[in-house]
Design a protein around this ligand. Structure first.
Ligand code: HPA
Length: 265
């Protein structure tokens, strides 16, 4: 659906607004205002071809800080966007110079050893949605149609993130992210299935962006803020209010961790 020129047009506006950056940070639900004091801002509505975020807590601003592009708000499948639209910005950022991307999100804990408020590095993901942002014609200027996903989330960046967490006094968990489209939260049976299949975290974002980023050779770091136990784990139900409150409460630790990572990588 998009042409190479569509991505290029977005990249050109981003570069002309504040130059090129090698690192991008994407702020997930409840984290959109963590870095609002950190640089020049452009509204997504001023970037050609960017969709409009419609999800609550997704502001729709790109901050151009000294060290990184910071995306305050992303796009989700459940908003009605296609997987290609959801990850449009990844290719635009690639053409603006980005070679490493930090994808953050709010996630439910499938693994009963996690607790709300934990911060977890994503080691791998499971995408059984049957969807993939790269279905369709391959654009060779981004990458080969068939490509390796054996290290979807960079080992090197995880190691760097672990050192930054030590500096901030944060104990990091790690686990496999199980993608579900939402917008309904999962049923207890779906969460038991996710656990049986090896999932530790569940959420409604990140995987399409990770796939698109790996296609063009970017390194990916995935960081989840555990906002709730997933439905049925420890008998709980899930509410958007709890997700928001817990993401808010973890804001200070997320800012220390992500700010330190951006400085070091
Ligand atoms: N499920 C899916 N997405 C989520 C959850 C959850 O429990 N919590 C935050 N995002």
């Amino acid at each position: 659906m998009y042409t190479y020129e569509d991505y290029k047009a977005a990249a050109d506006v981003i570069i002309s607004s504040g130059g090129s950056r090698r690192t991008a940070l994407v702020l997930g639900s409840g984290m959109g205002s963590l870095f609002s004091d950190c640089g020049r801002k452009i509204s997504y509505s001023d970037i050609p071809n960017f969709p409009k975020p419609t999800a609550p807590m997704h502001r729709g601003e790109l901050i151009i800080s000294d060290k990184a592009y910071i995306m305050c708000g992303r796009f989700h499948r459940y908003e009605g966007y296609t997987p290609e639209q959801v990850s449009f910005y990844v290719r635009a950022l690639y053409l603006a110079g980005v070679r490493q991307i930090i994808l953050t999100n709010a996630a439910g804990a499938v693994n009963p050893a996690f607790v709300p408020g934990d911060i977890a590095l994503i080691t791998d993901h499971i995408n059984l949605s049957g969807e993939n942002p790269l279905i369709g014609m391959n654009e060779k200027r981004f990458g080969d149609r068939f490509f390796d996903m054996s290290e979807a989330y960079s080992r090197e960046l995880r190691k760097a993130a672990a050192a930054c967490a030590d500096e901030c006094g944060i104990e990091l968990k790690e686990g496999v992210y199980f993608y579900m489209s939402g917008p309904s939260y999962e049923t207890p049976a779906e969460i038991r299935a996710a656990a049986a299949l090896g999932g530790d975290l569940v959420g409604m974002s990140t995987v399409f962006e990770c796939i698109t980023a790996r296609h063009c050779g970017m390194k990916v770091l995935g960081v989840s803020c555990v906002t709730n136990m997933a439905c049925g784990v420890k008998g709980v139900s899930v509410s958007a209010e709890d997700v928001e409150k817990t993401a808010d409460a973890a804001g200070g630790r997320m800012r220390c961790l992500l700010g330190t990572i951006i400085e070091r990588i």
